[in-house]
Design a binder for this molecule. Structure first.
Ligand code: FAD
Length: 398
């Protein structure tokens, strides 16, 4: 096969990139390790920033999201019986979040790409990326089953294959610098068939550990429970999950109705960024280049922002702007990525109970309470929070 841009991975990053390129008449081939039903059912994120929706809408990719997704502008914090809301939409100049499950967006993006004539090879894991420092890189896939391997010769490869994909490892050792942190707590991520207990995302600080109540759809809610690193989902039978949620969120079973739990995973709470996000003709996009904990809901938003940045630069390149357009990709993305990492890190340490056996746990807990009080009492502090939480506005032309 021959194409201009080979895209590895059909997640939000790869699919936004492929759609934007297709709309501009630049051909691409997307290869995806998993099957179509699998990626269209994989539940992960669900909170889209205002700017993300603007990007999608500008390319006609947000129709269903705007019709079916909810718009949310305030969140609630709880601690020891006290509750307060931060009305971040008001504080951030009417920018709000949209709540729309990631798998629905993936489904919409796949449909848009295929209906425009795009080539998407499911169940085709990329296994080798060659010639990245030459003019004609080649991507090799080994399809599932007995089918023959596929080679795609291209101008550029976009590595949109997540943290565990094949793209980043294809860069020769020593060419990328990695910055990372493994956090000292885990999160049990739970998806349940139960309506949300109210219209706000809820963050509850509790001596047993953090609990989060996240909106997804009118009948499905995501929850997070802080747990020790290395904890296993088997340690969390459904009754333990519901009783922990009720206790930590300060809710009765009548307020938060237990329903069937469809998914429970212990998340690897890791933060990670590589610099630069480019090697030769390979560009790393989204989770392939950086991962961020779900605190603050930034991962999918960053992935889509990277994809838009790369698409804009590829268009400029094909319209004759020369190599400089592409060379600036990494430098254009990294400030936004580090801002999000800083916010997510701040959020984590606002929410988490320090481990009781930590020498400085009482001190850290006092810092937590001070942050919470400032968020409640200081308009300037809450405005800064709101601006980061809902995503920084982008000035026209930047
Ligand atoms: P992915 O979505 O991981 O897509 C990568 C694709 O590449 C996958 O389809 C994968 O199958 C494919 N692939 C991998 N290897 C290969 C290969 N060798 N060959 C071909 N294909 C390959 N973010 C938010 O913004 N808000 C939230 O509220 C939020 N909540 C989250 C909750 C959970 C439980 C989790 C796990 C994540 C959450 N995130 C959230 C993060 C968000 O889901 C990710 O940041 C986002 O999926 C990144 O998109 P991506 O396209 O870069 O990577």
């Amino acid at each position: 096969l021959r194409t201009r841009v080979a895209v590895v991975g059909a997640g939000p990053a790869g699919l936004v990139l492929a759609n934007v390129l297709q709309q501009a008449g630049i051909d691409s081939v997307v290869v995806e390790r998993q099957s179509r039903p699998y990626v269209e059912a994989r539940a992960r994120a669900g909170v889209l920033e205002h700017r993300t929706v603007e990007i999608l809408d500008a390319h006609g990719l947000a129709d269903r999201l705007l019709a079916e997704g909810g718009r949310h502008g305030s969140c609630e914090f709880r601690h020891q019986g006290e509750r307060f809301s931060v009305r971040y939409q008001e504080l951030a100049g009417d920018r709000a979040h949209y709540v729309y499950p990631q798998q629905f967006l993936v489904r919409d993006l796949i449909a848009a790409y295929l209906s425009g004539g795009g080539q998407l090879l499911f169940s085709h894991p990329a296994v080798a990326l060659d010639g990245l420092d030459g003019d004609r890189p080649v991507l090799r896939c080994e399809p599932d089953g007995d089918a023959e391997s596929v080679e795609i010769e291209c101008d550029f490869i976009a590595g949109c294959d997540g943290f565990y994909g094949a793209s980043r490892p294809a860069v020769p050792a020593g060419r990328l610098r990695a910055y990372g942190r493994q956090h000292e707590f885990g999160w049990l991520a739970v998806l349940a068939e139960t309506p949300p207990a109210g219209e706000e995302i809820i963050y509850a600080l509790h001596e047993d550990g953090f609990a989060g109540h996240m909106l997804r759809t009118p009948s499905i809610t995501r929850f997070y429970l802080q747990c020790p690193v290395g904890d296993q989902p088997e340690n969390w039978p459904d009754e333990r999950i519901w009783s922990s949620l009720h206790r930590r969120l300060g809710m009765t079973a009548a307020e938060l109705k237990p329903g069937p739990i469809t998914e429970k995973n212990v998340l690897d709470m890791r933060s990670f960024v590589v610099e630069p996000m480019q090697y030769g003709r390979l560009f790393l996009v989204g989770d392939a280049a950086h991962i961020i904990t779900p605190a603050g809901g930034k991962g999918m938003n960053l992935a889509i922002a990277d994809a838009e940045e790369l698409a804009t630069r590829l268009l400029a390149h094909y319209r004759g702007a020369g190599a400089r357009a592409l060379d600036g990709y990494s430098a254009a993305c990294l400030p936004r990525i580090w801002q999000a990492q800083e916010f997510s890190h701040w959020m984590l340490h606002l929410l988490h109970s320090p481990a009781a056996d930590q020498d400085d746990s009482a001190f850290l807990h006092r810092l937590q309470l001070s942050r919470l009080a400032q968020l409640r009492d200081s308009a300037a502090y809450a405005t800064n929070f709101s601006d980061s939480y809902v995503g920084r506005a982008v000035s026209p032309g930047s």
